[in-house]
Design a binder for this molecule. Structure first.
Ligand SMILES: *Cc1c(COP(=O)(O)O)cnc(C)c1O
Length: 377
């Protein structure tokens, strides 16, 4: 058995080495390092893949969220509702812009923002909702868009973990996540489902005016050279990263399928065990691209399980160990512990197993056996 990795970037690189190496060499030969033709081509190809009108590349997924919020013209004190259980970047940018983050609980089954909790959190100051397609599973976008319409709110999808996921709406139509709300964002951090070889990110929208605004924001607030109409930022995807992403984008669907296949094998092995709650892997549905494969364990010392797996050469992760509302930076006296029963429980019993495009059957068999033996002990 090959050594088990949490994420196997080397194994994946080996399968696309020629194309990646020649693309990078070409950028260097042309010296068009910033805003070169590779960036524009990648933008067009990603627009086609996602089925969105506008992709605006930027420097990373955190910038993408910040710039999306800047583009919407929100004002200091406006309330933005997001999930208590996500990576900190989601709430960080809200606070940075002097907007008021309002963290709410998540659903115990899909780990995504809880619709009833959003309803309870809406006030006259609420201006936006930021659902996160956590671990690659599409959030309940129909319900979120309904609430947004009813209360006149913007929806910004944090799709950093969900790129390539399909959301099936109540009309039966499939839409790629990130293209459903008013604006969507993603990250091309190396370990993400579509990762580059450094930092990268992008913003998506179908709104022409918003796209125009955002194209200025990413470029120092300039719409006409050296005329700065708004306070902007400098956030660019560099040409070498765009070249890597162009080499990888045609494989994204097969990468996501490899993740889903691995997830299905994990879930089949764990399904009958009462102490393991698995994520749902539906056969026909491609609403989950398994950025992470995250279990919950019952009546089991999660931290001891982590230690046991590590001792057996199995890397694993706890995403995320602390609810955002309990983090020093985001504490707020308005929060009440009783409002976060789900997040407070998940942070204690969740564990993410190795997940990448190169997992092999003997590795999955060893991982599942090691987990099951421990929880049955
Ligand atoms: C990775 C991630 C981000 C931030 O992306 P960076 O490119 O690392 O800045 C934001 N939100 C979520 C949910 C993420 O997983």
């Amino acid at each position: 058995m090959k050594k088990i990795q949490m994420v196997d970037l080397k194994g994946q690189y080996a399968t696309i080495k020629e194309r990646v190496d020649s693309s990078i060499a070409e950028v260097i030969a042309n010296t068009a390092f910033i805003n070169g033709p590779e960036v524009k081509s990648f933008q067009t190809e990603l627009e086609a893949y996602l089925g969105v009108k506008h992709v605006i590349p930027c420097a990373n997924g955190t910038d993408a969220l910040q710039i999306a919020l800047m583009g919407l013209g929100l004002e200091q004190g406006d309330e933005v509702i997001t999930a208590d259980f996500t990576f900190a970047a989601t709430v960080e940018v809200i606070a940075l812009l002097k907007l008021t983050p309002v963290l709410v609980d998540v659903d115990p089954v899909d780990f995504n923002i809880d619709i009833e909790a959003i309803k309870r959190a809406i006030t006259p100051k609420t201006k936006a909702i930021v659902p996160v397609h956590l671990f690659g599973r599409a959030a309940n976008m129909d319900a979120i868009m309904d609430l947004a319409k009813e209360h006149n709110l913007f929806v910004i999808e944090d799709n950093a973990q969900g790129i390539g996921s399909n959301y099936t709406g109540r009309d039966g139509k499939k839409t790629k996540t990130g293209g459903i709300g008013h604006v969507g964002t993603t990250s091309f951090f190396p370990s993400k489902n579509l990762g580059c070889y450094g930092d990268g990110g992008a913003i998506f929208t179908n709104d022409d005016d918003l796209a125009h605004t955002i194209r200025g924001v990413v470029n120092h607030g300039m719409y006409v050279r050296y005329h700065h109409d708004v306070v902007g930022v400098n956030s660019r995807l560099d040409s070498i990263q765009a070249a890597v992403l162009r080499a990888k984008l045609p494989h994204l669907d097969s990468y996501n399928k490899a993740r889903r296949d691995a997830a299905r094998k994990y879930t089949e092995a764990f399904m009958s065990n009462k102490k393991i709650i698995t994520p749902i892997v539906c056969d026909s549905c491609d609403c989950h691209v398994f950025h992470q494969y995250t279990l919950r364990v019952v009546d089991t010392d999660r931290d001891a399980l982590v230690a046991h797996l590590n001792e057996n050469g199995i890397p694993c992760g706890v995403y995320y160990p602390i609810p955002l509302h309990s983090q020093k930076a985001y504490k707020d006296e308005r929060y009440n512990e009783a409002d976060f029963p789900v997040t407070n429980a998940i942070v204690k019993d969740c564990i993410s197993l190795p997940m990448h495009t190169e997992l092999e059957d003997d590795q999955i068999a060893f991982i599942t056996k090691t987990v099951i033996d421990f929880v049955n002990k």
